[in-house]
Design a protein around this ligand. Structure first.
Ligand code: NAP
Length: 247
């Protein structure tokens, strides 16, 4: 028996990295899944892993920054799976650069995916959860949204926005039994971080009290807690998963 038996979860950016670990972790605990990413083909491996665990996986092509896509994806997910109990807003991108050189296009792209995408999915799924009188939203923010970072104005602003959005949604929906929390990972080993130079990686490692980078599973385990009834009196909270880098 799993702690999510009978629950339906929708996860964005589920094809790899942290999103894939979240999908497998929620499935292992009994949830059936709606998996979203830019292209359905990219979700094949995650879907196969979920099905191997004996759970349902329905895949949807959704660009999280496009309102029409999000509306259609959420409707199709409800059609296929009946309801949505858990929403994990995980899709995210970086387009790093120093302020003086950052293009408007790079600013807009990061805000559109990370912040607007979280807004659009929270709005569409929030309505369903309010009607159901229950649900859990978990937004993947970042410690950079708490402390800022040189070269990541767009990313930091988007993730700080996600944290403020999470708290506002938590206040608005609490009366309908819907919780909203955020996870703020530190340096996690995924494709997003493998592009960083050896020098930057060493600098990060030196700043992590636990002396190691995080894994997607470290993040997924906290998402599981926030998505499950084990956190039924927790809302509007931000949990850092950073090996003590931010506390
Ligand atoms: P990743 O490996 O790059 O995965 C991100 C996922 O989001 C990919 O599946 C990507 O699809 C998808 N995605 C990107 N844009 C999308 C869009 N417009 N619509 C739908 N899906 C889209 O990154 P990750 O490291 O697992 O990151 C997951 C989340 O954790 C992000 O929100 C990130 O900001 C956050 N985070 C990561 C770290 C870290 O150290 N890795 C730290 C703090 C926070 P594609 O295959 O098309 O790229």
């Amino acid at each position: 028996m799993g702690v999510l038996d009978g629950k339906i979860a929708l996860i964005t950016g589920a094809s790899r990295g942290i999103g894939r670990a979240i999908a497998e972790t929620l499935a292992r605990e009994g949830a059936d899944l709606a998996l979203c990413d830019l292209q359905i083909d990219w979700l094949a491996d995650t879907a196969a892993a979920v099905r191997a665990l004996g759970r349902r996986a329905e895949c949807f092509a959704v660009n999280v920054s496009q309102a029409a896509d999000v509306e259609a994806g959420v409707n199709a997910a409800v059609q296929a799976l009946g309801r949505i109990d858990i929403l994990v807003n995980n899709a995210g991108i970086t387009k790093d650069g120093f302020l003086a050189r950052m293009s408007e296009a790079d600013w807009d792209a990061v805000i559109d995916v990370n912040l607007k995408g979280t807004f659009l999915f929270s709005k569409a799924v929030g309505k369903i959860m309010m009607r159901q009188r229950g649900g859990a939203i978990v937004n993947i923010a970042s410690i950079i949204g708490l402390i800022g970072n040189a070269g990541q104005c767009n990313y930091a602003a988007s993730k700080a926005g996600v944290i403020a959005l999470t708290k506002s949604v938590a206040k608005e929906l609490a009366g309908r039994g819907v919780r909203a929390n955020a996870v703020a990972p530190g340096f996690i080993e995924t494709r997003m971080t493998e592009v960083l130079s050896a020098e930057v990686r060493q600098k990060m490692l030196d700043a992590i009290p636990m002396g190691r980078f995080g894994t997607p599973q470290d993040v997924a385990d906290v998402v599981l807690f926030l998505a499950s009834d084990a956190s039924s009196y927790v809302t509007g909270h931000v949990v850092t998963v950073s090996g003590g880098m931010v506390m």
